[in-house]
Structures are given as structure tokens and as C-alpha cells.
Design a protein around this ligand. Structure first.
Ligand SMILES: *Cc1c(COP(=O)(O)O)cnc(C)c1O
Length: 366
């Protein structure tokens, strides 16, 4: 018996290349886009190990948990790392980046996370890109949580290595990812004796054996189901229109923020300035005396489909994440989350106004 997920024709190199081209169009990039056969951590790590080494001075911006990971990889490569950490309830500013360059003129690499789904903030990449360009440093960006939720324009912003995954706002699969690579970044890798070669982490392997060969032969059997899912997901975004998809995420974030404030009971946006809040997900601070994990568990016990989670690690008690991305960037999902949180808080004796929350969310959706 044939099975729709099992008995598939082989995925050709031409089909693979056409999926890369569609992803490149989504990013508005004329540069090489390499689709990596693994979750986004694969190109995130591969791009750092490919371009950083003992001669690198890296400015590593930490606005959430991923920045910490990048710093560890950079140090592991032998790079000199200057960590610039900002409180997770804010965003980094271009002025802070400029100050870091003034203090450490040897910086030749900058790593930044665009939006952080885990902390709910987003950083001004366009302005930061200008500063990075002025100083000629290589610019590495994790756009996994921003792609599909807000504009991501690597070429216009001077991003040399822009990593995306489809599992957040794109509403796609988690098992493949992509990176756009500038000529400068390829040159850095080619000159880096420590860059992975003949390795699953190697971007250079893909450059030499796939890109430079005219994309005729794949390096190994592709993750076929994931590639087909990525193609379907990009096709769906093209059908709806990327601008419509990002607008839906912006509305979901604005509605969740306004609704949570109107709900009351001491619930408050975790990211203090609305301009620093990421469209991909909204983080909330629970009132004094409440436990975020318990509130989320209560809401999920009533409706397990709600896109709610407690904060990770040290934030598990104090932070609620409303993951209104992909198929959940809808009015209905936002209203359901607010209603679920309202009921959970009311059940624990916190005074809430669910009807007010509903009206405020509806108004803010726009
Ligand atoms: C979600 C996310 C990733 C991918 O990590 P997963 O935990 O595997 O989903 C990478 N970077 C950022 C900023 C993310 O938000």
C-alpha cells in the first residue's frame, strides 16, 4: 500500500535549487542562500565556526538565551569575545553598538539575534547594520524568530550571514533551515584555517560542491519531507502575501499586549516599551504572588491547544509566553489566550476584566 509520507519520488537537485530560490526571494536577497539539512542551530553554529577563529574579535550582543549560546561557540573557536548584554525586557540600541566599537576598535565580527521568541524583544537591525558597516565588521544575524513576523532584509541591512528557520512565524517545518551568505562572509570562511570542512557543520562544503558546481548535485540525500514542507510553507506565504503575514503578527502582538493590560489582575507586558516588543511572541509578567508555570498549566488544562508557555529556566515562575505565531497569529488565538489566562488568574483570586481585555484586543488588532 502506498503512503503519502513514505512513497515519494526522489527530490531532485533542480527542485532543491528552486526551493532555495524561493527562500531567497522571501529574504529579498541576491546573495547565495544555502538550505541546511537540520534545525536552525545547524547554520547558526556552522556560520560561527566557519567565520570566527583565534584572530577574530567578536562583539556578541546578548538580548536573550541565544546570544549566550553564540558567545560560547565564539569562545570555543578561539575568538576574543566582547559580550554586550542588555536586560531581557529591553532591546539593544545602535548607540550601544557604536560605543562598543569606540571602546574596542578591533571588533571585526558582530553577532545579534533579531527577535527573541524566548524573551519577546526585537532589536533595530537596520540601524545596527549601518554602524557595523561603517566599521567593516562581519554581521551575523539570527532571524529565526523574526522571519515572517516582521521585515527581514539582509541585503538592505548589510547582514553577511542571515539565518532563518521555518518553524516560527513562517508556520513551517523545524527540520530544515537556511542561511544567506555574502561574498565577504564566503571570503572569511575560505581564509579561515579552522572553518569546518568535510563536516556536517560546513558551509564551505556546500559552497564548493553545490553552489560553485552550479547546484547540479546534492552533497547527500536531502531531508525530503522537510524540504517539501518548506516548499509548501513558502508557497502558502506567497499566496497570502508576506506583508499580510507580517501584518497579522504585528496585530497579534499589539492585541495581546493591549488585552493583557486591560485584563488587569497585575498582568503586565514583560518588554517595557512597545517598540521593543517582538511581533512573533508576547511575553507577560505575572502579578506578585502568582506562579507563571501554574497559571499556564491551569489555562492549558482547560484548552491544551492554546499557544501558551511559561518562560524558560529562571523565568519559569515570572514569565508567560504567548506564542501567537504562524497559524496562531489570529484574532481567535489571541482572544482564546486572553480568556484562558483570565480564567486561570480569576481562579486564583486575582481580579480580572475578561470583557475589557476582549474589547482592548479587538481595538488594538486594527
Ligand atoms: C526559536 C529560535 C531558534 C530555534 O530554536 P528552537 O529552540 O529549536 O526552536 C533560534 N533562534 C531564535 C532567536 C529563536 O527564537
Amino acid at each position: 500500500m502506498t503512503h503519502p509520507l513514505l512513497d515519494l519520488a526522489p527530490l531532485s537537485a533542480a527542485r532543491f535549487a528552486s526551493i532555495e530560490d524561493r527562500v531567497a526571494r522571501l529574504l529579498g536577497t541576491a546573495r547565495d542562500v544555502v538550505i541546511m539539512q537540520g534545525e536552525a542551530l545547524l547554520p547558526l553554529e556552522g556560520a560561527i565556526r566557519g567565520t570566527a577563529g583565534p584572530g577574530t574579535t567578536a562583539l556578541n550582543v546578548i538580548t536573550g538565551p541565544y546570544g549566550q549560546t553564540f558567545g560560547n561557540w565564539l569562545r570555543d573557536c578561539g575568538a576574543t569575545v566582547i559580550d554586550l548584554a542588555v536586560p531581557f525586557h529591553t532591546a539593544v540600541t545602535a548607540a550601544q553598538i557604536r560605543e562598543a566599537f569606540a571602546e574596542h576598535p578591533s571588533i571585526d565580527f558582530v553577532s545579534l539575534v533579531h527577535a527573541e521568541a524566548a524573551t519577546g524583544n526585537t532589536n533595530p537591525v537596520a540601524e545596527i547594520g549601518e554602524v557595523v558597516r561603517e566599521h567593516g565588521a562581519l554581521f551575523y544575524l539570527d532571524a529565526v524568530a523574526s522571519i515572517g513576523a516582521e521585515p527581514v532584509l539582509p541585503d538592505a541591512w548589510g547582514v553577511d550571514l542571515c539565518v532563518i528557520g521555518a518553524q516560527k512565524a513562517m508556520g513551517g517545518p523545524a527540520g530544515v533551515s537556511a542561511v544567506s551568505v555574502s561574498e565577504r562572509a564566503w571570503a572569511r570562511m575560505a581564509a579561515n584555517p579552522g572553518a569546518p570542512r568535510r563536516s556536517y557543520l560546513s558551509l564551505l562544503d556546500w559552497k564548493e560542491r553545490w553552489v560553485d558546481g552550479g547546484r547540479k548535485a546534492l552533497l547527500h540525500a536531502p531531508a525530503q519531507l522537510e524540504m517539501l514542507a518548506l516548499e509548501a510553507c513558502v508557497e502558502r506565504i506567497e499566496g497570502e502575501g508576506l506583508d499580510t503575514v507580517t501584518a497579522r503578527h504585528a496585530s497579534a502582538a499589539a492585541a495581546t499586549r493591549a488585552g493583557a493590560v486591560a485584563l488587569g489582575g497585575g498582568l503586565a507586558p514583560y518588554v517595557e516599551a512597545a517598540s521593543d516588543a517582538a511581533p512573533v511572541a508576547t511575553t507577560l509578567r505575572v502579578p506578585e504572588g502568582a506562579d507563571a508555570s501554574a497559571v499556564v498549566a491551569k489555562a492549558l488544562a482547560v484548552d491544551p491547544a492554546l499557544p501558551l508557555a511559561a518562560g524558560g529556566g529562571a523565568l519559569a515562575q515570572s514569565m508567560i509566553r504567548v506564542n501567537h505565531y504562524g497559524p496562531d497569529a489570529t484574532r481567535d488565538a489571541v482572544h482564546a489566550c486572553l480568556a484562558g489566562l483570565g480564567a486561570a488568574l480569576a481562579g486564583s483570586g486575582f481580579p480580572v476584566d475578561p470583557e475589557g481585555a476582549r474589547r482592548a484586543a479587538e481595538l488594538a488588532w486594527g
